[in-house]
Design a protein around this ligand. Structure first.
Ligand SMILES: CCC/C=C/C(=O)SCCNC(=O)CCNC(=O)[C@H](O)C(C)(C)COP(=O)([O-])OP(=O)([O-])OC[C@H]1O[C@@H](n2cnc3c(N)ncnc32)[C@H](O)[C@@H]1OP(=O)([O-])[O-]
Ligand SMILES: NC(=O)C1=CN([C@@H]2O[C@H](COP(=O)(O)OP(=O)(O)OC[C@H]3O[C@@H](n4cnc5c(N)ncnc54)[C@H](OP(=O)(O)O)[C@@H]3O)[C@@H](O)[C@H]2O)C=CC1
Length: 270
């Protein structure tokens, strides 16, 4: 069941061409489906072709257009090529950097390759795709990066991810300033805990209950609630919004930091 109200008129994104990373699953799929239903042609990547094909089928069944272009965003050349391929066929008005994630570990247990993997995925790939998108936007554009709430405040068990997302926050502000004169808006959406299959697979019912209790609006975020906000920020209605970190978190940012350390799961955050 989706809680997000559909607030846009049909065809609100007619003419938009948006590339979404990680579009085969979870939040990325919800975003792709919503944008396509509003009239945008959506391109999407992920490492695996199968989930992207499932998104394509769901979008087609609803009468929309989704172009799957599998690639690993940590391979900068491959990611640039995928984006350029989409833009050459459909143009480009928006980029959603959604691919991301991390494993959970105490800082002292994060090894160099683990640190690098998380920084490459959550920060460096975002920079490369933003840079690649810039010349492809004609007459303005909108970039959104999906981060996570509380990155500025900190979280336990996610030092690599918090560092990467803090980098994305800085990048968002820097690019917003540099590219504003060309009407390219750059924003960051920071969700609270979202009940996606990926998160369910990496959490216990006890942990999800605790995260629900710790969220001031006593429930987890629905993927559709992130997708609806993405649609708004990509639309002309958000034409004066840039350089922002916008939270969709039920107030989690105001509560205690989450403790995702394997040894801390199930305990209250320090
Ligand atoms: C409140 C929460 C809010 C947020 C929720 C979400 O984001 S939900 C979204 C949820 N969705 C996602 O998170 C999806 C995206 N996430 C991913 O694809 C992975 O988490 C990734 C970012 C590490 C990429 O990894 P990859 O393809 O490069 O995988 P690889 O296997 O090749 O590992 C490379 C290195 O990483 C290290 N390492 C890995 N696992 C662990 C561990 N458990 N323990 C310790 N270390 C670990 C290890 O050092 C390894 O090097 P080694 O030991 O081989 O020399
Ligand atoms: N769920 C939650 O509670 C929260 C999630 N977020 C963030 O939201 C985003 C989406 O999360 P969610 O939908 O839950 O998780 P998913 O794991 O379902 O989504 C991650 C997507 O990114 C893709 N991906 C991962 N690595 C790469 C890569 N190297 N190159 C290309 N694509 C890649 C995956 O596809 P494939 O494996 O095929 O490559 C997958 O489709 C992430 O950035 C996550 O950190 C933020 C706050 C909370």
């Amino acid at each position: 069941m989706t809680r997000a109200a559909d607030i846009f008129r049909e065809g609100a994104l007619d003419g938009a061409a948006v590339f979404v990373t990680g579009a085969g699953t979870g939040i990325g799929r919800a975003i792709a489906e919503r944008l396509a239903r509003l009239g945008a042609v959506v391109g999407g990547c992920g490492r695996r072709a199968e989930p992207l094909d499932q998104t394509a089928s769901a979008v087609a069944a609803a009468g929309g257009r989704f172009v799957p272009i599998p690639c690993d965003v940590r391979d900068a050349d491959a990611a640039r090529t995928a984006l350029a391929e989409f833009a050459s066929r459909h143009g480009l008005t928006g980029l959603v950097n959604n691919a991301g994630g991390q494993f959970y570990a105490a800082a002292e247990d994060i090894r160099p390759r683990g640190w690098q993997a998380v920084i490459d995925l959550n920060l460096t790939a975002v920079f490369h795709l933003c840079q690649a998108a810039r010349p492809l936007f004609r007459g303005g554009g909108s970039i959104l990066s999906i981060s996570l709430t509380g990155a500025e405040r900190g979280a336990l068990g996610m030092a690599h991810s918090v560092a990467a997302r803090s980098g994305v926050a800085g990048l968002t502000k820097a690019l917003a300033l540099e590219w504003a004169a060309d009407d390219i808006r750059v924003n960051c959406i920071a969700p609270g805990t979202v009940a996606t299959p990926a998160f369910q697979a990496n959490s216990t019912p006890e942990l999800r209950d605790r995260l629900r209790r710790e969220t001031p609006i006593r429930r987890l975020v629905e993927p559709a609630e992130v997708a609806e906000f993405v649609a708004f920020l990509l639309s002309p209605a958000a034409g004066m919004i840039t350089g922002q970190i916008l939270r969709v978190d039920g107030g989690s940012f105001l509560a205690a930091p989450v403790d995702m350390r394997p040894a801390g799961l199930g305990k209250e955050a320090a």
